[in-house]
Ligand binder design. Structure first.
Ligand code: PGA
Length: 251
């Protein structure tokens, strides 16, 4: 059985006080959510405070990116996976489409960062997803396959225990245009098939594949009914404790 994961990606939102307020409001609302793992991903500078304030709760804290280098060094502006672990992060989002689109992330850098995360026992939430033109030209599957194969290259079967995939069609992110549950299911099934090719059927069956892109309280249940959808990576609707709690408690 794959335990569902509901993760909130706070992107570049919230000052520290607001982040603490939302996290503390979420704490009791998520307290009985034993059916899933709950994660929030604030900006780097809020990680330590939120990790401390949420200690002992069932909410884990994720970073939104990490450096590809693993040792200390002259890397101005970078933050290593070890540093994230050190301040209390348990997960890190890697290769989000906004990083790929605006900050030059490639399949190669995603692979390097994923390995860096694993080196310090973080769980990597690896994002993949096609843009609208790729879907419209019938290339969605080949693009996503290239991203998955690229991200997971060189990872062992044991490494895969710390990998969560997030399928986020770029055309659905922040647009209010959620993928139809069947459409998402089709791609999730495809991704599981790709993982079966790269790491074997057993690993593919065990890997959580989250859907992301305009997930809201009113569409989560339909998505979660799909066989290969194991949770959600939520942007906008995770910014308020009440709406995120409704998504967490979709059952
Ligand atoms: P959204 O963002 O829920 O606001 O569409 C999802 C994401 O970017 O992870």
């Amino acid at each position: 059985m794959r335990k569902p994961v509901i993760a909130g990606n706070w992107k570049m939102y919230k000052l520290l006080g607001e982040a603490v307020e939302t996290a503390l409001a979420l704490k009791p609302l998520a307290a009985n959510a034993n059916h899933c793992e709950v994660i929030i991903a604030p900006v780097f500078v809020h990680l330590k405070t939120l990790a401390d304030r949420l200690e002992g709760s069932n909410i884990k804290v994720a970073a939104q990116n990490c450096a590809s280098e693993t040792s200390f060094g002259a890397q101005t502006g970078e933050i290593s996976a070890e540093m994230l672990k050190d301040v209390g992060a348990s997960h890190v989002i890697i290769g989000h489409s906004e990083r790929r689109q605006f900050y030059g992330e490639s399949d190669e850098s995603v692979n390097k960062k994923t390995k860096a995360a694993l080196a310090f026992s973080l769980t990597a939430v690896v994002c993949v997803g096609e843009i609208l033109a790729e879907r419209e030209s019938g290339n969605a599957e080949s693009v996503v396959k290239r991203q998955i194969v690229g991200a997971l290259g060189g990872l062992t079967v044991t490494d895969m225990e710390r990998i969560i995939i997030a399928y986020e069609p770029v055309w659905a992110i922040g647009t209010g245009k959620v993928a139809a549950p069947e459409q998402a299911q089709e791609m999730h099934g495809f991704i599981r098939g790709v993982i079966a090719e790269t790491h074997g059927g057993e690993i593919a069956e065990a890997t959580r594949i989250l859907y992301g892109g305009s997930v809201k309280p009113d569409n989560i249940a339909g998505l979660m009914k799909q066989t290969d959808i194991d949770g959600a990576l939520v942007g906008g609707a995770s910014l308020e404790a009440e709406s995120f709690a409704q998504i967490i408690n979709y059952k």
